[in-house]
Design a protein around this ligand. Structure first.
Ligand code: NAI
Length: 333
């Protein structure tokens, strides 16, 4: 099959080329993000391969379909950026990588949490400048604290396991409690989680139910000084509400790997320009906010899994086999 890879970074080229070593498919890499303007690049390709900030709304899918493209192979687990109803109407198949390395994301959430707690990002700069003062670096013991996990799927359960290892109590919220959850994971109503948790970590997908789940009303129910970590999807958090929470001190520490307007920012080097997202820039002014640019997935193991599963999905589609990881209008094969 001829596959057009959008939002292709050097690491995508490396790992996808390696997974396609037998050259079963002809893969072309495009730096451009897939949008209504760049969709014509896919002319003549049987499939497009897209990442989280590519736009797969109906207008883009119509263009792709008009070019004869029949397969959308997502290099991500999340599929909130695809208009699945439109894909279905057009008879296009959408496949994804369901769980490429839940450990990578869970471990990154813990990395944000630990850095925020002990302020290692501030300590790093201080020591380099010969400033060995400890004021402003006060952390707290994780042992005995209560951690709230919202979304106990692949990633949330691994995160819960790690935090239990630190001696934390785990409270969780999920409309579908997992049969794989260990006995120490206590499912509670969301309000109880907000009221009890010293740290809250978001591991749910972006859906109409979770869009701005963390809004002013939710924040008002949380403990004063709560630590909030989001490695899920940016729009699960209402950024304005979180900024208000930081200003009032209600939110004591904030760790983000995702941001609701990240399409305009993340994965690109914008250091030579001016960033005109005032809300994002406001976030970066807080000393108790740590932001990474959607890198939680970024480990060698995860990139290998993404590339291999993507190629296996394309193979299965090509051969008409049912083994691909298909996404069908909000339900998964
Ligand atoms: P998963 O599908 O295994 O688990 C998601 C869980 O969230 C499910 O148990 C589901 O029932 C639950 N859920 C759904 N609606 C909910 C709600 N309203 N409240 C609480 N829980 C709810 O997904 P997985 O693999 O654990 O990934 C979770 C999310 O992490 C993905 O949807 C994606 O948005 C994000 N992600 C972020 C990455 C990054 O690099 N930052 C990389 C990979 C995934």
């Amino acid at each position: 099959m001829r596959i057009a890879v959008f939002s292709a970074k050097p690491y995508d080229r490396t790992f996808l080329t390696r997974a396609n070593a037998a050259e079963r498919h002809s893969i072309s890499f495009f730096d451009a993000r897939l949008t209504v303007d760049t969709a014509p690049l896919a002319k003549g390709f049987d499939g497009v391969c897209a990442f989280v900030n590519d736009n797969l709304e109906a207008a883009v899918l119509h263009q792709l379909h008009g070019h004869g493209t029949t397969l959308v192979a997502l290099r991500s687990a999340g599929f909130n950026h695809v208009d699945l109803a439109a894909a279905e109407r057009l008879g296009m198949t959408v496949v994804r990588v369901p769980a490429y390395s839940p450990h990578a994301v869970a471990e990154h959430a813990v990395a944000l949490l630990l850095s925020l707690n002990r302020l290692t990002y501030r300590a790093y700069n201080r020591v380099r400048e010969g400033n060995f003062a400890l004021d402003g670096l006060l952390g707290f013991d994780l042992y005995g604290k209560t951690v709230g996990v919202i979304g106990t799927g692949h990633i949330g359960l691994i995160f819960a396991d790690i935090m239990h290892g630190f001696g934390c109590q785990i409270v969780a919220s999920d409309p579908f409690p997992s049969p794989d959850a260990k006995s120490f994971v206590e499912y509670v109503p969301l309000e109880t989680l907000y009221a009890q948790a010293d740290i809250i970590s978001l591991h749910c997908p972006l859906t109409s139910d979770t869009d701005h789940l963390i809004d002013a009303h939710a924040i008002a129910q949380m403990k004063p000084g709560v630590m909030l970590i989001n490695t899920g999807r940016g729009r699960v958090v209402d950024t304005q509400a979180v900024i208000a929470g930081l200003k009032s001190g209600k939110i004591g520490r904030l760790g983000l790997d995702v941001y609701e307007e990240e399409e305009q920012l993340f994965f690109e080097d914008l250091s030579q320009g001016v960033i005109d997202d005032d809300q994002f820039m406001r976030l970066t002014t807080f000393h108790n906010v740590l932001i990474t640019g959607h890198q939680a997935f970024f480990t060698a193991e995860a990139l290998t899994n993404i590339a291999e599963t993507t190629l296996a999905n394309i193979d299965a589609f090509d051969r008409g086999e049912g083994t691909m990881h298909r996404v069908v209008n909000a339900t998964l094969d």
